[in-house]
Structures are given as C-alpha cells and as structure tokens.
Design a protein. Structure first.
Length: 293
C-alpha cells in the first residue's frame, strides 16, 4: 500500500469538527474521497517542489555572482579600505569566462599594505598580465596611484613596459633578455611619505592562479594611495607587466627577478621609457638570455 493510500485509508470520509461558538452553526470540513486526497497531496508536493527549485537557483545565482577576496573577480576599494566581497567580471569577447583579479581604486582610497604573493598569471590572447593604470577619462594632477614603497622580488615575466611613473628612488637589478633604460633624472621630485595607518588596512592575495592582475585608479580629485605594495613570486607565463600612472616614494626590483621572452639580449624585453622619472636611480640590470614561459 502506497503512502497516499495509507493516508486515504486512515482518513477516509472522516470529518474534522470545529468547536462551536455560541449562536453560531458548526461547519464541518470533509476530506472527501481518496481521489480528492490524492489531488490535494499531489498539489502540495508540486508546490513545495517548485519553491525548493526556485530557492536553489536563487542561492546558486547569488553564490555564483559573488566572490571572496582574493578569488578572481573585481573588488571595490575606497577610503574605508578594500571590499573583500567581489563581483564577477564580464566574459571575454570570445565568450570565455574571465579569471582576472581586478581592484578598482576609487577616489580617496587608502590602503596601508597590499601584498601579492605566489600568484601565477597569463592567458593566451591577453596582451598584459599585470596592469597598473587609471580609468580612461580620469585625468588631473592627483589622478595617480600614490605608493610609499614598491618592492618586487622573486618574480618573472616575458616582457615589461613602464611609463608615466615618477619616484624618489628607482633601484633596478633584474636579469633581462635585453632592455631599454631611458629613465629621466629629475632632481626636484619630492620624497613621498605615506605612513599614516589611520583609516587604512592591510590586504594579502597569495597562492592563487589568475589570468591577470589589474589595479585601476578611478578618481581624479585625490587618486588612490597605498603605503606599501609588496610583490613576491608573481610569475607571468604570457603577457607584459604594463605599469603607468604611478607616483612613488621608492621602487625596488632586485636581482631575484627575471624578464625575457627569448628574443635575445639585442632586443628589449624590458622597457623603462623616458616618462619614467626619478630623483635617484641605481641601475644594476644584467642582460642575459632568458625565456620566461
């Protein structure tokens, strides 16, 4: 005997009495026949099933469209720090899903320290693997990423292209498969000090694989500031490190870094353009055949 038949057998044609109220007639509720009970039971089950399926897709959509730092997604940063709940980026033009780690730096953003460690980059079809830039249309004397100190170590990339960067000191000692060093010495560049931790926080992204990293300045009134940008063991198999629109206290890229695409030391894999300006430059770059893949 099925569950429905058991329920029908137990209930049968029984009636459920409702306590009488003075002066009121007492209505009765009848479950009717077994067929009626089956219809009611089936209707309830269908309704519950529809609600359950709806809840499943709602939860799946919410979970699928939000990400926790530092999963590949776009994150918003502002004067209160970096929001650690990210959103999905649009797919690439070819329809493939984007696995980019992007931070939108709103006007007045303040971050004490941002560490990027043990991250693998690179995707076929992408020109850049690591970008620092400002949003198209954002201009002005303050529309930069202001960084007290940038340190880069244990990292590798096929190519590097830096421009529109101004820094108090620039210390370069990477191994390169050919380079162009056109940094302009400017004695009037002031020291940049970003030491106050008030209202800022520390964030670390590590041990992950993404298509690329993008840090993008969105505001022109104050720009965005980071006390210390630390990059350690960030390796790109494809794509360039394209950095611009930076104002820094000091930038150091030591001899644990390698840059090269295998074209030989007579072709530049790394370019520091003449729009890179520094008050003090220490150049210990070593050219040697390198092919980062």
């Amino acid at each position: 005997m099925s569950l429905i038949e058991k329920l029908a057998h137990l209930v049968g044609d029984r009636k459920v009495p409702i306590p009488a109220m003075p002066g009121l007639s007492v209505p009765t509720i009848s479950f009717g026949s077994k067929a009626t009970l089956k219809i009611i039971f089936f209707t309830v089950m269908v309704a519950l099933g529809a609600v359950s399926v709806g809840m499943y897709f709602v939860i799946r959509d919410v979970v699928g469209s939000t990400y926790n730092w530092p999963d590949a997604a776009v994150y918003q940063a502002n004067a209160d720090g970096l929001g650690t709940m990210g959103n999905k980026l649009p797919n690439y033009d070819n329809g493939e899903e984007s696995h980019t780690l992007k931070i939108n730096l709103a006007d007045g953003t303040r971050i004490d320290k941002l560490t990027l460690r043990n991250i693998d980059l690179g995707k076929v079809g992408l020109t850049d693997a690591f970008q620092i830039q400002r949003t198209t249309g954002v201009t002005g004397a303050q529309a930069y990423l202001w960084v007290g100190e940038i340190t880069i170590k244990n990292s590798a990339m096929p190519t590097l292209a830096w421009s529109d960067i101004q820094t108090g000191c620039l210390n370069l000692a990477p191994k390169t498969d050919g380079h162009t060093q056109e940094t302009t010495l400017v004695s009037t560049i002031p020291s940049l000090v970003i030491d106050s931790d008030r209202g800022s926080s520390t964030y670390t992204a590590e041990n992950t694989i993404v298509d690329r990293i993008i840090l993008e300045v969105n505001g022109s009134t104050y720009g965005a500031s980071i006390g210390h940008l630390e990059i350690d063991d960030v390796d790109a198999t494809l794509g360039a490190w394209t950095w611009k629109n930076i104002r820094a206290g000091c930038i150091t890229m030591d001899n644990t870094n390698e840059i090269g695409n295998g074209t030989g030391i007579n072709v530049s894999s790394a370019v520091w353009a003449d729009t890179v300006e520094a008050r003090i430059v220490t150049d210990n770059i070593v050219d040697t055949p390198i092919n980062v893949r």
